[in-house]
Design a binder for this molecule. Sequence first.
Ligand code: A3P
Length: 326
Amino acid sequence: LKWVEPTVMADLYFEKFPSQKQLLYTNPCADPRHRKMLTANVTCSDNHLPNVVIVGPQKTGTTALLEFLKIHPNITSNEPVPDSFEELQFFGGSHYHLGFDWYADKFKPKREHKVVIEKTANYFDNPATPLALSTMLPEAKIIVMIDNPVERAYSWYQHVRFHNDPVALKYSMEELVSFLPGSAEYNETTRLRLRCLKPGHYAEHLDRWLDYFPPSQIIIVDSSSFKHEPLESLDKVISRLDLKPHFDYSRHMTYVEKKGFYCGIQNGKPKCLGAGKGRKYDDMHVYARIRLNSYFAPHNRALYGLLTRYKLDIPFWLTQFLHING
Ligand code: A3P
């Protein structure tokens, strides 16, 4: 045995255990010794931290689901974070380095809030998130919204166009999915194409979540059903969150023709999500749809296999997709 400086010891340690280089926060409230070291502004009440996380992916209706769930008197969420689309983007994200106190401080549940939800839509396909999230919130229920990846990709493409992404403004969706590998246009559009399509490789991402969370903690929401029949989807989610008594969402929501979506009711008037949710744009070109259907077919088959193996809910659109596309 010999004594070495702490920094030298750290180097030796990480040389031996390189996989542990990733910084991981646990929940100090779960350990009485750690609890004593917390700063004064963090109190470890029973339901302080989220017990449900909506992990995405983006453009599947995650904002609508969170907003509608919050109408329930026993459900709350975190305070919005203005610089990142109101999301905390913590686990594996840009705010993780700010640490446990920063995260915990964003939640101020009251006694009646039995369910505390965090929603960050790009957790789903971030490879670093499942481990980081399960290390701090091992008991959390994970809500995954699954939409037809073809529709999801198109919605995402429209979203970045709206935000003036120069590549998305230059090329149409059908061009994006038809450039041949090796061409200058293919190279120019690679980054955008990957960001557009990869979150829709659902099986690949979900498999990673299942490495860290048991299937009983994972709640699959069919985005397409939710979009058209949110009341039914909300009832299902509420029952999976063990909230009683039954809450009648139909008294708190209404369909708004002009918006083309369901909206909440506030002070007797409909209150819809902002203009960035439920945008109006042209239908997808048939050629882009054909290309995307064949691109996503193997991914969707893998998803069906995974959901079946773990006895998770199978979205209706997926059964239809496989019926048509094999
Ligand atoms: P579009 O704007 O492309 O139609 P997210 O919040 O995860 O980014 O998802 C945005 C999508 O939520 C919207 O995409 C829209 O289709 C869908 N959505 C589902 N229910 C909605 C609702 N009640 N109001 C607005 N958008 C809704």
